[in-house]
Design a protein around this ligand. Structure first.
Ligand code: MLT
Length: 266
């Protein structure tokens, strides 16, 4: 589905019926990375998955992205769909967008928070410089070299050795993006603020999930910041890297689904 909002055409999935769950994707993928959750959770939940600005089927009108725009697009999509209260979920870059949404929205609209393979801190100067260099490369050379660089970081060693179909799927999602969209995403992430001070202010139940083999957001780093959440629970997914929802979807869904059910019972 597509809709026009905030001066762009935004593509999204809106699947199932029940309490709303907004899922935000990682860099440099698209909403399609949530396919295993769209297929499973729609039985009980309304799963809303946008392609963030610059990714998948959503326009990137400017090569200079901002987290504020990505978050504003998501909130405008929820308004368009008539969704007031929702569970907010994001994986990696999707988590950065979730932190920005939490700054923009009345917090009582967010009934639960799902944060996967992400981190609240801002970039170091070195990390920021690397992002800006990757943005230039994406603009000059397109998505193929970006896929080569990112796949070993996104997928854990188990998936790279044993799950060629997951490697192919991730490569396909990256290569379907434009260099301009990838550049805008990197520039938006490079400019993001430190969200660590936000953590103790969040009172909603939170589920934090991380892949055991994640080298971009390690389980030990994740554990350190997750303790700052008032009502947070941490779950580590074995044999998965940075994309546990794609690498080990059964384990991921078996963690997420009962947590969602408990949220909606209370
Ligand atoms: C992602 O998976 O969204 C990226 O690895 C996030 C990042 O580059 O910080």
């Amino acid at each position: 589905m597509t809709t026009n909002l905030n001066g762009i055409t935004l593509q999204f999935h809106d699947v199932g019926r029940g309490p709303a769950l907004l899922l935000l994707h990682a860099f440099p993928l698209s909403g399609e990375m949530w396919r295993p959750q769209l297929d499973a959770l729609g039985a009980d939940y309304r799963v809303i998955v946008p392609d963030l600005r610059g990714f998948g089927g959503t326009d990137a009108p400017s090569p200079d992205g901002s987290m504020r725009d990505l978050a504003a697009d998501c909130l405008e999509l929820l308004n368009h769909l008539g969704v007031e209260r929702f569970v907010l979920g994001g994986l990696s870059m999707g988590g950065y967008v979730a932190f920005e949404i939490l700054r923009q929205v009345a917090l009582d609209r967010v009934t639960g928070l799902l944060l996967c393979d992400t981190k609240p801190g801002a970039d170091t100067d070195d990390a920021r410089a690397n992002r800006l260099a990757m943005a230039e490369k994406a603009l000059d050379e397109g998505p193929l070299p970006i896929a080569e660089m990112m796949i070993p970081k996104l997928l854990g060693e188990t998936s790279r050795a044993e799950r060629p179909e997951v490697v192919r799927a991730v490569r396909g999602l990256i290569e379907a993006n434009s260099g301009a969209g990838i550049a805008a995403g990197q520039r938006a992430m490079a400019a993001r603020p430190d969200s660590t001070p936000l953590l103790p202010t969040l009172r909603m139940p939170a589920l934090v999930i991380v892949g055991e083999e994640d080298e971009l957001a390690s389980p030990s780093d994740t554990q350190a910041w997750a303790t700052k959440l008032a009502h947070g629970a941490l779950h580590i997914v074995p044999r998965a890297g940075h994309l546990p929802n794609m690498e080990q979807p059964e384990t991921f869904n078996a963690t997420l689904w009962p947590w969602l059910n408990r949220l909606n019972e209370s």
